[in-house]
Design a protein. Sequence first.
Length: 480
Amino acid sequence: MAEISTDGIGSKITMALKTGSGVDINELATSLSEAEALPQINSVTAKKASATVAISGYGVLTNGVSALQAKLEALEDKDNLLTSCVATSNPNAMEAEIFSQSSASAGTTEVIVHLLARKQVTELSTNGDSQFASATATIGGLTNVTINPDVGSAVVIPVSPATPQGIVDAINIRSFNGITARLVNKLSTGTAVSILIESKTGVNNGFVISTNASSPLSSAEPQSARDLKLTVNGISDIFRDNNSPADIVDGVQLNIKNAASGNTRKVVVSANTSALKTSIDGLITTYNDLITLTDYLIGEKDPDDKLAGSLSTDKRTVNQLLNKARAFLSIPSSSPTEKFKTFRDLGITAALSGKLSLKETVFAAAVKTNFSDIRTMLTANTNDQLATSVSPKKGLALDANIFLESMINTTGPITTSKVSAQSSVKRYTDQLVELQERLESSKQRYLKQFAAMETLVQRSKNTGDYLTGQFKAMESMYSN
């Protein structure tokens, strides 16, 4: 059941009975108490709202600085600035893929493929080179097979059931030296099953297989194991046990598809500096976004957008950040070179608005002729270096990141301003509770005073009514 307010009900009954002064003392008490308290309540409420939205503004500003730091992080590691790409002169015959950017270096490697590596293939069939009638045909007396590798010790593998499929399953389950087995039906119609046993590629992976069957099985070797044979940059007789060597060209894995002794194939590794350009462009865009964000946060307020102008009362902190951001263009690298010491040396310039742009021709020329110097300036030729590193040379990207971190860490001005705003919100909340209590107390005091006044008025009315009645009675008596 909904609650029914009894506030001022006595005043309303008095008015309904047309007794007392006829004034709604509850409404009067409310109006007087609100007139005293509401200006202060409204002022504190507005301050609380401003501090609350400022907290959000500081959070957005922190995110903007963090985004700029992320772009600087992309410039901190030397391996991120220069990537390598690889191509071959005949992709249909040989493919190449970079697996280690740090190991791959620009250059051309000439490769002649004389022989492809291949696996040994051994065929088992019934005595007399006939195929088995089916995969489940019984092989008399068979309990095991023996695999004797060219390198290493032999292994005896139990077989059950004694069938071609049983041999295949036993060898595959044992998985010895990478040797596998499978069945092949040689007929297009009907069944004539042989067992094919295959090794890994490489001459050292050859083997001999035998069984203890009552009637010895026939064993044929249609293909022997062999190594890949190459000539690399004029150096002949280079052998590998597989066709995808990863140590012929530094940082590159080859996938060789066919051999051709008379053909020279080229593997070309080239440097790609586009990663640096992408990172610089991203840094400039994010920096300019931060400038736009600060203008938005300290600019005109918008009733439809609470964040607009949310930090207009704290332009000092925002301007402090802007000064830091502008200064980072001129921060000297802790690992400078003769020609490159600051971001400005890369062709980055600032307009009067504070926003950055890149002189493309200056940047392109610098990268073309001085890439190693640029990498040294930005990264100190290191990877994964931490801000806490004891090394004095950290590279300009990390130097700038540390510089910006001082704005948003726990003791930085943005964080301290945010904490201050949070404290203000709590203080204003407490003040509003106190003001509401004071308003209610004032209202009750007024009600008490007005109630006493109503009593006096009613008594005066009663006395007047009594005297009026007496005078009327006397008048009637004398008129008779």
